[in-house]
Design a protein around this ligand. Structure first.
Ligand SMILES: Cc1cc2nc3c(=O)[nH]c(=O)nc-3n(C[C@H](O)[C@H](O)[C@H](O)COP(=O)(O)OP(=O)(O)OC[C@H]3O[C@@H](n4cnc5c(N)ncnc54)[C@H](O)[C@@H]3O)c2cc1C
Ligand code: SF4
Length: 511
């Protein structure tokens, strides 16, 4: 009798709990599944990254002498279903128990809970120890707090792990957060430093031709393909980031530049989320760079906050509130999703640029996701489910546990304020300040109701006016409503009529 150890596509870590006491008599099962590749139409680069990383991980396990049963997508016997593949191995290999690390998504959590009842073979679900905060710990932290603000969670995580904490227990530099220093506008001529592109071995080349054959109808360009697909390669990218880019990460964290998808961002989210890199080691390496005088505090603190703070926090929110979280829609946003999120065919330069980055790289950085595509979806009231489906499909780092709180909670305020203290709504002035997009746009960010006025401007005020009942009690928005109330009734009317025209243009494909 043997153990069947099931490894999912985002569990590619040799320190995984389900591999902890693996023996050479155990069967390790890994499958490329049509149901996983298509439950939303994932970007071809994302599918290629995951399949290639899975195949490489399987090879590493085999090289250590383990018995790996790897089912490729084009295996003629592949049933396309996780359950059927698991049952097949149970039937063929005298399995005494299935061992699995808890899945990252609620959908699979339900599947495994169901298996407990009807698989007919015991299933042992182990905690995912790669995260820095357990679900129970997060729930304890949330306790009776009225507001679950990331900043306070992050401070507790800093104390727990001792990151950037001095011997007297005070935060390094005397402050917990250096975000004020991280909001620079882009200087003229700012471009992305050269990034690492990895050589494609036969495994990656095979995967690329498979993905080209089976998924080229999905949104996004498969090639050029430059992703790391092994832990070794991901570590090389991380080292390059720490050495060359981290020193400027803070300064340029929020800026957006035409034709520059990455700027000084780390591009490690796909590797972290698939398990090629671990959050603890990434934070440790970043802190070492600061202690060695190789990166300034504002950059290192900002970077560690994203991983130790935001990443763990969104996971905590997700597991604390699922499955109800997925059904929330605070503003009852139901506007049909416009085509230009898929085609980039819009006169709004900022949206076209964000969509092109997404199409070409399966990546766009946080501010583009939040303040361009997310902001537009918030202001126009796009259907929250369709917006989430887009984010889940198009980014190579997207898994529901991290995509949903970011999209529904942070970008759309669809959870009514569980995550954020106010909606991240902004007019075109913000985009103009933080990017050079508006210089090339046919709309004018300084105008609100003229024919060439930036759509974000009237949409912003319209959003505030439309949702006044839900937002006016929010003290962080009192200055917004006092400005709105100072506008003459004629001006308010003109703004709202202009916004209605814009929404109509969007529906008619004319925006
Ligand atoms: C609408 C929306 C959807 C998003 N969907 C995803 C998603 O599906 N998957 C995903 O990993 N991130 C998501 N994010 C968060 C963030 O945009 C990405 O983690 C980041 O852009 C990845 O690029 P990077 O590795 O260069 O990050 P960097 O800017 O270099 O940041 C370093 C790391 O911090 C972590 N991080 C930063 N911000 C967040 C955050 N808000 N939530 C979780 N982790 C964070 C990531 O692991 C990231 O790799 C989303 C944000 C928004 C606004
Ligand atoms: S003018 Fe408005 S629509 Fe055009 S790029 Fe600037 S913010 Fe975007």
């Amino acid at each position: 009798m043997t153990n069947l150890r099931l490894i999912l596509g985002d569990q590619l870590s040799s320190s995984l709990s389900s591999l902890k006491d693996v023996t050479k008599d155990d069967v390790i099962l890994m499958c490329e599944l049509m149901e996983e590749a298509t439950y939303v139409r994932h970007h071809p680069k994302k599918i290629a990254f995951i399949f290639s990383a899975m195949r490489h991980f399987a090879e590493e396990l085999k090289a250590k002498g383990y018995w790996v049963r790897y089912i490729t997508l084009d295996d003629p016997h592949n049933t396309g279903s996780l359950e059927k593949e698991t049952r097949r191995v149970i039937r063929e290999s005298r399995v005494k128990q299935v061992i699995v690390t808890e899945p990252s998504e609620y959908r699979l959590h339900k599947t495994f809970e169901f298996w407990r009842i009807d698989l007919g073979t015991p299933i042992n679900i182990l905690p995912d120890t790669r995260f820095l905060c357990t679900q129970e710990e997060f729930k304890r932290w949330a306790g009776h707090r009225r507001h679950l603000r990331m900043e306070y969670f992050y401070r507790d995580m800093r104390k727990k792990y001792g990151f950037l904490i001095e011997q007297d227990g005070e935060p390094t530099g005397g402050r917990w957060n250096f975000d004020k220093e991280n909001r620079k506008s882009p200087p003229r001529g700012l471009s992305s430093p050269k990034r690492i592109s990895h050589l494609k071995d036969h495994i990656t080349r095979d995967v690329l031709s498979l993905v080209k054959k089976r998924f080229s109808h999905h949104f996004g360009n498969l090639e050029p393909f430059h992703y790391a697909v092994t832990r070794q390669q991901a570590l090389i990218e991380l080292a390059h980031f720490i050495r060359e880019l981290l020193p400027y990460f803070g300064d340029y964290q929020d800026v957006m530049v035409v034709g520059e998808a990455y700027l000084y961002h780390s591009m490690i989210s796909s590797y972290l989320n698939a398990g090629l890199l671990l959050p603890l080691e990434v934070c440790q390496i970043a802190e070492q760079a600061y202690r060695a005088g190789k990166a300034p505090l504002n950059a290192v603190e900002g970077f560690i906050r994203q991983i130790l703070g935001w990443r763990e926090y969104v996971r905590g929110i997700y597991w604390m509130h699922m499955p109800q979280y997925g059904e929330m829609n605070h503003f009852n946003a139901k506007e049909p999703f416009p085509d230009f999120y898929w085609t980039a065919n819009t006169k709004m330069f900022c949206i076209a640029e964000a969509v092109k980055h997404t199409r070409d790289h399966a990546y766009s950085h946080h501010i583009q996701r939040l303040m361009v595509t997310g902001n537009f979806a918030l202001l126009t009231g796009l259907d929250v489910k369709q917006v989430q489906e887009w984010y889940l499909a198009v980014y190579s780092d997207a898994y529901e546990w991290v995509e949903m709180p970011n999209t529904l909670g942070m970008a759309l305020f669809g959870d009514g304020g569980i995550m954020g203290s106010k909606p991240y709504a902004a007019s075109g002035k913000y985009i103009d300040k933080m990017s050079n997009f508006c210089e090339q746009c046919s709309y004018d960010p300084d105008k609100t109701t003229t024919i060439n006025a930036c759509p974000f401007n009237s949409l912003y005020w319209d959003f505030m006016a439309r949702n006044q009942d839900k937002l006016k009690q929010n003290h962080r928005l009192s200055y917004v409503y006092s400005s709105w109330n100072r506008f003459s009734p004629q001006k308010q009317k003109a703004i709202r009529e202009h916004a209605t025209e814009i929404i109509k243009d969007m529906r008619d494909g004319k925006l």
